[in-house]
Design a protein around this ligand. Structure first.
Ligand SMILES: NC(=O)C1=CN([C@@H]2O[C@H](COP(=O)(O)OP(=O)(O)OC[C@H]3O[C@@H](n4cnc5c(N)ncnc54)[C@H](O)[C@@H]3O)[C@@H](O)[C@H]2O)C=CC1
Ligand SMILES: O=C(O)C1=N[C@H](C(=O)O)C[C@H](O)C1
Length: 265
């Protein structure tokens, strides 16, 4: 059976690669492409391939007027939640690629998906090797209680911490035993120097030219340290396979599931 997909952000760094991969996949069909700047242009041409016979529209609402099964969003932290809620309200399954959502936002998306009786999926990072960082870090947290997360990205990234770092911090907070770090109130100096608490794990974001995106789980124990780190390169290819795997599987449950590690088996 063919899964009909809408890509929101279809001319972006990740979105255009998704359009190409969907066009090449025998079990997937591009049912909608959303991009404000390319509205009116053929979706294939806008993504840099041959014409697909589907015109790009400017809004998710317009895309939802045509039949589809799944909406994938790779747009901007400021628009992703509204897109997800609109799609779920129209009975579509949703795959969230865009980072920047909070735990409360995810709870809202979960409630909307549950109310609509459809599945939704979100991952801070859709790459398989980033999912392995998460898996290995959770294993380490079973043995070493003290851990902080360092998040490195390019200077213009619109959100901090990254989706990768946020998901890592939340899952580590669920998995680990209490550490030996002093409570923030017991430390002199600006609180910001000690990072943000996400879930209960401290996260430090660095934004500098020269980085793409790296996430590090830094464990400390008396007399030793363990660093588990993922470095993204400059290609969007690692996210495409994971995103389309999620699009294929998201019909298998109701409500929101999070984290690529859960899809890897
Ligand atoms: N979860 C993951 O594995 C990954 C997440 N991301 C996240 O995905 C998001 C998008 O990333 P990129 O593709 O690099 O960004 P990008 O800036 O290259 O592309 C975003 C596209 O969405 C369009 N857009 C923005 N707001 C829109 C709106 N309201 N309606 C319709 N289109 C809109 C932009 O014009 C642009 O074409 C970012 O939040 C990024 O952090 C990126 C890579 C992997
Ligand atoms: O903004 C990006 O570029 C990326 N964002 C994701 C995140 O916030 O974790 C993942 C990624 O590697 C690229």
């Amino acid at each position: 059976m063919t899964t009909r997909i809408v890509v929101a952000g279809s001319t972006g760094w990740v979105g255009r690669e998704l359009v190409k991969a969907i066009a090449a996949a025998p079990d997937l069909a591009l049912a909608g492409a959303v991009s404000r700047k390319a509205a009116g242009v053929d979706a294939g041409v806008a993504a840099g391939i041959a014409a697909l016979g589907l015109t790009v529209v400017a809004t998710v609402e317009e895309a939802l007027t045509a039949p589809s099964d799944v909406v994938i969003d790779y747009t901007h932290p400021g628009s992703v939640k509204a897109h997800a809620l609109a799609a779920l309200g129209a009975g579509r399954r949703v795959v969230v690629g865009t980072s920047g959502l909070t735990a409360d936002d995810y709870a809202e998306i979960d409630a909307a998906a549950t109310a609509a009786g459809v599945g939704a999926f979100a991952a801070g990072n859709y790459s398989v090797t980033a999912a392995l960082l998460l898996r290995f870090a959770l294993e380490a947290a079973r043995h070493v209680a003290d851990v902080e997360v360092i998040d490195y990205a390019y200077e213009g990234k619109p959100d901090a911490p990254s989706g990768t770092a946020r998901e890592l911090a939340e899952k580590l907070a669920d998995a680990r035993r209490p550490g030996t770090q002093k409570p923030l109130d017991a430390v002199r100096g600006p609180r910001e120097a000690y990072g943000a608490e996400i879930g209960g794990t401290r996260v430090h974001s660095v934004r500098l030219p020269g980085f793409v995106l790296s996430a590090e789980a830094l464990f400390g124990a008396p007399g030793e340290r363990l660093t588990i780190r993922h470095d993204a390169g400059s290609s969007a290819a690692p996210y495409v396979g994971g995103t389309l795997l999620a699009a294929r599987k998201v019909g298998g449950w109701t409500g929101l599931r999070r984290g690529m590690d859960g899809l890897l088996g």
